[in-house]
Design a protein around this ligand. Structure first.
Ligand code: SF4
Length: 266
């Protein structure tokens, strides 16, 4: 989002891009499986359980399934092993955090409402579809929606992110991807989507994105630019930026990064 030149370089230079995509998709699949298991496990809780028992019950089957899935990714993916170790540690920490948080929330809910897990599960897991793939031939886009929550007949796209959110709102790139999914949902289910959410999993934080005309226009502008880069091989014009270029994986090979003005600390 902040630099279309990254897309151009990735598309033209990166050999192991397919591997990276494979890992990303597999990790996302594990997250969805964990959510599914948590959804199942929460129904088996009862209000007599203490916090430790709740945590233990919620963890049922999860560690085993995550371990098996990670092993499968590792077998197929020895090229990225160092990077993958970091991803794996982050994922395991995130899952522990998710279980702790849900245990605390469900303990409080069961105590305050005097109900068992089966009665409170809808509070934390509304009706939803996971990993829903939608194609739109007119717009020439395909979107895989991490989750679509359906509440009182309205559809809410949810995207899961492993990054730390900004102080307020969401990152521009996250908002644009959500807008693309919102438009796909509108076409697929003949409905209107007014808001969507980004779940920043590391902090257990849900942020709202309003699907207004501004974000929709930005999406179409970006789709146009992406097509020019990918299909016409056009090298995009960019304004290099010190803080962003210094963190960019292409910094060493990108000519633009050498033009960065040292005073540019935006
Ligand atoms: S180094 Fe800077 S200008 Fe070059 S691709 Fe990365 S972000 Fe873009």
């Amino acid at each position: 989002m902040f630099c279309p030149l990254k897309l151009f370089l990735r598309d033209n230079l990166e050999e192991n891009f397919e591997d990276k995509i494979f890992v990303k998709k597999a990790i996302k699949r594990i997250r969805l499986d964990v959510m599914d298991l948590l959804h199942r496990n929460i129904r088996g809780l009862n209000k007599q359980m203490d916090l430790g028992e709740i945590k233990e019950y919620l963890t049922r089957n999860i560690k085993h399934i995550v371990k098996e899935s990670l092993n499968l990714i590792e077998q197929r993916n020895d090229v990225l092993s160092e990077e993958f170790n970091e991803i794996k540690d982050e994922l395991l920490n995130e899952i522990d955090f998710e279980i702790d948080l849900l245990a605390l929330k469900s303990y409080k809910a069961m105590q305050s409402l005097d109900k068992d897990g089966g009665d409170i599960s809808e509070m934390f897991f509304p009706s939803a579809m996971y990993n829903y793939l939608i194609k739109d031939k007119t717009l020439e886009i395909i979107g895989s929606c991490d989750k679509i929550e359906i509440i009182e007949g309205r559809y809410f796209p949810i995207d899961f992110k492993n990054s730390i959110p900004p102080y307020q709102g969401v990152w521009d790139g996250d908002a644009i991807k959500l807008a693309a999914n919102a438009i796909l949902i509108e076409q697929e289910f003949d409905t209107e989507v007014f808001v969507g959410y980004i779940d920043y999993l590391k902090l257990g934080e849900r942020r709202q994105v309003v699907m207004d005309s501004k974000i929709r226009k930005s999406l179409f502008k970006i789709l146009h630019e992406v097509k020019e880069i990918i299909f016409e091989g056009q090298i995009p014009d960019v304004t290099p930026n010190l803080s962003k270029c210094s963190k960019c994986e292409y910094c060493e090979i990108c000519n633009e990064s050498s033009k960065v003005d040292d005073n540019d600390l935006d």
